[in-house]
Ligand binder design. Structure first.
Ligand SMILES: O=C[C@H](O)[C@H](O)[C@H](O)COP(=O)(O)O
Length: 237
């Protein structure tokens, strides 16, 4: 089974938790795209749900698949968000943002009763940090923001190269919110919660890709089948 088939299997497993009448957060990326497609098939067969997309790309995919959409201004909560991840650790802390959608993804996940992370099992890591950590920044004053990020890294015992993300065409990658992303090659993040707090305190940082305590469960698809890992402490406790 190839990687794409594993991603689809994980998406199909998460879909089993979706019930009629649910309000859903729709993630971004190649794995979440499978979920949106499979959800579209269920909607065509009569399932009644409504979704909030976490990116313009997902909004277009969902519309193409016939999934009815709304916004967080029109509804007051979401039942489940289903989204991919770039790395997942045993505490179900995540690195997200490889596709640049981390800001909307975090807003949507935080507005959800449950977040189900779907992935192929190569995303499962003992310690976060091999995947470059995306930090979404305001272009104004970037030099000062970068220095503040470096200071936060040093205080949290991590260091590594930082680079402003470029799009495929060579221009600076611009997020759906009009911001830039700095990717930081940290290698190992021993204390992701402290780093998350330190980054969030920097004025030019809009958001970062550390998702701490947001995932309720992870569905990992691998050669040996599907593993569902529940977070020990339910969200909100
Ligand atoms: O910004 C993008 C998101 O955080 C994605 O969910 C993440 O990068 C995983 O994407 P994929 O499922 O394509 O590996």
């Amino acid at each position: 089974m190839n990687m794409d088939q594993l991603k689809r299997q994980a998406a199909a497993r998460a879909l089993e938790d979706v019930r009629d009448g649910m309000q859903l957060g729709l993630g971004t990326g190649s794995t979440a795209k499978h979920f949106v497609e499979l959800l579209g098939e269920r909607v065509a067969a009569g399932l009644k749900v409504i979704g909030v997309p976490t990116s313009e790309a997902t909004r277009l995919d969902a519309a193409r698949c016939g999934v009815p959409l709304t916004t967080l201004d029109e509804i007051d909560h979401l039942d489940i968000t289903v989204d991919g991840a770039d790395e997942i650790d045993p505490a179900l802390n995540l690195i997200k943002g490889g596709g640049g959608a981390l800001l909307r993804e975090k807003i949507v996940a935080a507005a959800s009763d449950r977040m189900i992370v779907i992935a192929d099992d190569t995303k499962w890591v003992p310690t976060l940090g091999k995947f470059p950590l995306p930090v979404e920044v305001i272009p104004f004053g970037l030099g000062a923001t970068r220095r503040a990020i470096e200071k936060a890294f040093a205080e949290c015992g991590v260091s590594g190269q930082m680079a402003v993300r470029k799009a495929k065409d060579g221009h600076v990658f611009v997020t759906d919110g009009g911001h830039w992303i700095v990717d930081a090659q940290l290698g190992r993040i021993e204390d992701p919660a402290s780093l998350a707090t330190a980054l969030s305190a920097i004025p030019g940082v809009v958001e970062h890709g550390l998702f701490i305590g947001l995932a309720s469960s992870a569905v990992l698809a691998g050669a040996e089948g599907i593993r569902v890992i529940e977070r020990r402490k339910p969200k909100g406790d």
